[in-house]
Write a protein that binds this ligand. Structure first.
Ligand SMILES: CC(C)(COP(=O)(O)OP(=O)(O)OC[C@H]1O[C@@H](n2cnc3c(N)ncnc32)[C@H](O)[C@@H]1OP(=O)(O)O)[C@@H](O)C(=O)NCCC(=O)NCCS
Length: 177
């Protein structure tokens, strides 16, 4: 079950970040700075309000954050949700946690009746690590590429998306071949 992650959890998110430095090295060119978690929990995309921003986490047995995601409901338009970041603790990656966490996230988004698509950006310098995961989660590139600058990294990011509910195969479709 997902726990809500708010500004009160800034220390736990900062600890997750510091346990997962490779991501920051790739997308910012340096390890996470001391204010990185606070920035993540408080920054909003243009024209969105704080109540549209949802933080979700999974706590381990030791109460450390194992996984985190932030999602903006209704961004960039009403029928969309936008994943800002989905992260699994560095030492716990490639165990299937990201996949299960994403499934739990989809369950949450499922309750947002107006939302039918989920989008996210993949930073070019992180693509080798992130693209296979998002492709496995059912996302596809939209073809939209935007400039991206953060810290020492200046590159591009690619917008990917998936439907919240993948289309059911038609009842009339026949198995051929
Ligand atoms: C991307 C990330 C969330 C994946 O989480 P994870 O727990 O390692 O992923 P899983 O073990 O659940 O992998 C699920 C599937 O994704 C694919 N996958 C994930 N990482 C992969 C990799 N490095 N290479 C190839 N396939 C990969 C595989 O198909 C995998 O299924 P399989 O293990 O049955 O083959 C995690 O590596 C992470 O937190 N990275 C740093 C933050 C980040 O880059 N987030 C994405 C940008 S927003």
């Amino acid at each position: 079950m997902l726990s809500p992650i708010t500004e009160d959890d800034v220390a736990a998110l900062q600890a997750l970040y510091e346990a997962t430095p490779g991501y920051f090295q790739r997308v910012e060119g340096h390890p996470p700075g001391p204010g990185a978690a606070h920035l993540k929990l408080t920054t909003l995309p243009p024209d969105t309000s704080a109540d549209a921003k949802y933080g979700f986490g999974w706590l381990g047995d030791d109460d450390n954050l194992l996984a985190f995601a932030d999602v903006i409901r209704g961004y960039p338009s009403t029928e969309m949700a936008y994943i800002g970041l989905l992260m699994v603790r560095g030492a716990r990656q490639h165990e299937g946690l990201g996949s299960r966490f994403h499934a739990a996230l989809l369950d949450e988004v499922n309750h947002w009746a107006e939302v039918d698509r989920i989008q996210l950006d993949i930073v070019q310098t992180n693509r080798d690590a992130a693209e296979p995961f998002w492709a496995a989660m059912g996302y596809e590139p939209t073809g939209v590429i935007k400039p991206y600058t953060s810290g020492r990294v200046s590159t591009t990011c690619a917008l990917w998306e998936r439907p919240v509910h993948p289309a059911e195969p038609s009842r009339n479709s026949r198995i051929t071949g």
